[in-house]
Design a protein around this ligand. Structure first.
Ligand SMILES: [Zn+2]
Length: 432
């Protein structure tokens, strides 16, 4: 008996030692890695250790990993970066983007392969810290923010049309207090005839040395969009809602207007910001055909857009895929491009040493329909689906249980998974 106990002790020790010897916590094998920042588009393995990307190579030995998942036939990309969302839920304010119109990020991001979002101006300098406490600090999704030039944020016309609320000094001071977290200044929804909202936002952006994202609000002849992108915005500033019906894109012959290419040449960034009202096939399809494509794809996620034509990040990406933009470019527009635009080039990539944020995507072939903001449909043959999302080295979404073992083949039927790679099992279940 003693001998058996001794042998068991040795075996336990050996197992512990072997476990400690594992170089990688998690390994994805056989997927097609698309990592635009590193110009990779090839079948490769990706290994994760200590919450970071540890290796990307043609073949990585599975015996070195605690958990290995075969993702042959799927695309392995950096976790998607969506730089236009509204996630300041939690205040209880009705009819407000700093309230009920926003969504809690974790419920909507991971299932679409998104691991980083930037809130687009729900909060201003007066309520950013409340947003930080209630959402940013509590979310598994990496939440960054564009700070609204309006001190109270996106709380409706009483605030957003009040010029006295637009304090560039106070906004810049708050932005400088949270460098890297506040990634830009936002101006939105302004209806007045003056340039004041744009000017104050650019002032704040200059003081804090961060980009400005412009939702141009009501388009008025006193302040033409052409002047905005040719004179007012600085290189690196972002014009979101680039395909909005009010944006002058096409001439009478359906040709893309040349000033747009001039604006891009001087460094202005053009972002999709699909949302509930900013995406019309009548504008998008002829524009894309002539090369007027996005620098970054973003959703403008909120309670209105998610249940209509926008739906989620992958649905918006799929629209561009079906319009003929190659998959590698669509992925670039949803990873490394937006990351660079918000001055976080370390995100949206699978570079060794970077945070292990990964999306595993499937391209479905079949008959699909895509809907725009006017409720018009475009038929398509391809659709992106998210099979798995890894955030900070942990699997946080696994649509078809690729990481899981068949229940009929489990010897000891106890709670599965391991805190080393699994971010989905709740702690009380783990104890069983
Ligand atoms: Zn928005």
């Amino acid at each position: 008996m003693k001998r058996i106990l001794f042998a068991m002790a040795i075996l336990t020790l050996a197992c512990t030692f072997m476990q400690a010897q594992k170089s990688y916590d998690f390994l994805l094998t056989g997927g097609r890695v698309v990592d635009p920042a590193n110009h990779i588009d090839a079948v490769m393995d990706v290994a994760v250790a200590n919450h970071r990307i540890a290796a990307v190579a043609a073949h990585i030995d599975p015996s070195l990993a605690t958990k290995t998942v075969d993702v042959s036939g799927l695309y392995v990309t950096p976790g998607l970066v969506d730089i236009h969302v509204h996630v300041y839920a939690s205040t209880g304010e009705a009819g407000s983007y700093a309230g009920d119109n926003a969504v809690f990020p974790d419920g909507f991001t991971f299932r679409a392969g998104v691991t980083t979002v930037a809130d687009a101006g729900c909060s201003g300098w007066k309520n950013f810290e409340d947003f930080k406490t209630h959402i940013i600090d509590r979310s598994k999704t990496r939440v960054l923010a564009f700070l609204n030039i309006v001190g109270a944020g996106m709380r409706g016309p009483a605030y957003e049309q009040n010029v006295a609320e637009m304090d560039s000094q106070a906004a810049a001071t708050m932005a400088k207090k949270y460098p890297g977290l506040i990634v830009g200044i936002k101006t939105a929804h302004y209806a007045g005839p003056e340039w004041v909202a744009v000017d104050r936002a650019v002032e704040a952006g200059t003081l804090a040395n961060i980009p400005v994202m412009v939702d141009f609000g009501t388009f008025r002849p006193e302040r033409p969009y052409q002047q905005l992108v040719l004179n007012k915005m600085r290189p690196g500033d972002i014009s979101t809602h680039m395909y909005l019906d009010w944006v002058p894109i096409l001439d009478a012959q359906q040709n893309v207007l040349r000033y747009l290419f001039e604006a891009r040449k001087r460094g202005v960034i053009f972002d999709v910001g699909h949302g509930g009202g900013s995406f019309l096939f009548r504008q998008v399809v002829p524009a894309v055909r002539q090369g007027w494509v996005p620098d970054s794809i973003s959703t403008d996620l909120h309670i209105g857009s998610m249940n209509n034509g926008m739906k989620d990040m992958l649905n918006v990406m799929s629209k561009f895929l079906n319009m003929g933009i190659p998959l590698t470019e669509v992925i670039r527009d949803a990873t490394s491009n937006p990351a660079r635009e918000i001055k976080h080039p370390e995100l949206g990539t699978l570079s060794v040493g970077s945070d292990a944020d990964i999306a595993v995507l499937r391209v479905e072939n079949g008959h699909f329909g895509f809907v725009d903001s006017y409720g018009a449909r475009m038929d398509g043959r391809m659709k992106l689906l998210c099979e798995m999302t890894v955030r900070d080295g942990l699997v946080v979404w696994d649509l078809n249980g690729l990481t899981r073992d068949d229940w009929t083949k489990l010897g000891h039927y106890h709670a599965q998974g391991s805190p080393v790679w699994d971010g989905t099992i709740t702690p009380d279940v783990m104890k069983r």
